[in-house]
Design a protein around this ligand. Structure first.
Ligand SMILES: Cc1ncc(COP(=O)(O)O)c(C=O)c1O
Length: 355
């Protein structure tokens, strides 16, 4: 879908935060097989892990944050590419690179409206010139980031893209080769074709979530992640039985109550207690049952209904494939957050399996 939206741009896939919680080993190998050669990470350690995962492969890894001074030797050793956002940082990078015998690949990050890392637009030309002429440093790219590409109002983002494009043109006008020009996150690449430049940097869209108020091809994605478990215990309870911490749910009828060994320590948000439906059974023979009572640290409860025949060991899909009612987006909405936080929050102890 990303390729369909941005057919002429390279793709730098964000695999930071354990590939948005999906398991970077699985996802990166899969992405490599799909022809992805650029990856975005948030920490130097994530970059090192990736390098070790695909040894000898011709991949490019960009660190999406600003490194600390002590991290430069590891960055050079593992050929990670970094954002440069200030003259002070350029000097630090140049010192680190000099004498290492290696070239540090850098991407000038311009803050055109995110307000996070990035130099001010009026500093960009001088900094680009200095980077291009710094010994030990290669100006590999110029980039910016879009904070409002998923919002209804498109004016702000359009203006940002124009300002960015003007800066890149001014660099070229001064004989500076900006290298790879990149700007678009998922919502940007889906909605603003003029943001594609040489490379797009999708994250959430590649993991199957519609990044914001999208229509058109970018909205057709399907979630990659499903969270599955099995019933660990079932019992009958009479009408009026209070259930789980705080006794926030009381059965209105005699029913069968199932325990699922998944809780907020696995990433199933306690804030979503009582607002979700799980698919019980093996697909395609599943039925939706409500999660009831407070979600505990390691367990939660499901009302199977009075006539239920399911026993311990029955499959349960908490969200994703096989559960048409619940996705990470549904859980996010129940907890007033975004799907990014749900998938990123799936705990390390939950095994990742490729199906
Ligand atoms: C610099 C940068 N580019 C791209 C992305 C991908 O964003 P999205 O997941 O919204 O596509 C991120 C995500 O945080 C980012 O920090």
């Amino acid at each position: 879908m990303v390729r369909q939206c941005a057919p002429n741009a390279d793709i730098c896939l964000a695999v930071k935060a354990n590939a948005y919680g999906h398991g970077y080993e699985l996802l990166t190998a899969l992405a490599y097989d799909f022809g992805i050669r650029w990856f975005g990470v948030a920490t130097v350690q994530e970059g090192i892990n990736l390098r070790k995962l695909l040894p000898g492969k011709n991949i490019n890894i960009i660190l999406y944050g600003i490194p600390q001074a002590f991290e430069y030797p590891a960055i050079l050793d593992h050929q990670l590419e970094i954002f440069i956002a200030s003259e002070q940082q350029r000097q630090l990078a140049m010192t680190a690179a000099s004498g290492s015998g290696k070239i540090l690949h850098t991407h000038l990050k311009i803050d055109t409206g995110m307000g996070r890392i990035g130099c001010q637009p009026d500093e960009a030309l001088a900094l680009a010139g200095n980077l291009a002429s710094s010994p030990g440093i290669a100006l590999r790219g110029v980039c910016t980031h879009l904070p409002l590409s998923d919002s209804e109002n498109t004016d702000y983002t359009s203006n940002q893209i124009t300002r960015f494009a003007d800066l890149v043109a001014a660099m070229r006008g001064q004989g500076i080769n900006p290298g790879i020009v990149h700007c678009a996150n998922s919502a940007g690449l889906s909605r603003f074709p003029e943001s594609h430049f040489d490379m797009v940097r999708p994250g959430i869209m590649a993991y199957g979530y519609n990044p914001g108020v999208l229509h058109g091809p970018g909205s057709q994605v399907r979630p990659v992640m499903a969270l599955q478990s099995t019933i660990s215990f079932v019992k009958s309870i009479p009408q009026g039985t209070p259930v789980s911490y705080g006794h926030r749910w009381i059965s209105m009828r005699d029913t069968r109550l199932a325990t699922i060994p998944v809780g907020y320590a696995d990433g199933l948000l306690r804030l979503a207690s009582g607002a979700l439906q799980f698919a019980v059974g093996q697909a395609p023979n599943t039925r939706l049952c409500p999660q009831v009572g407070t979600i505990c640290m390691d367990q939660c409860l499901v009302d199977l209904g009075p006539d239920a025949r399911e026993t311990a060991g029955t499959a349960v899909t908490i969200f994703g494939h096989g559960n048409a009612a619940t996705t990470a987006m549904t859980i996010a909405q129940a907890a007033s957050t975004i799907p990014y936080e749900i998938t990123c929050g799936i705990a390390e102890r939950v095994p990742r399996i490729l199906q």
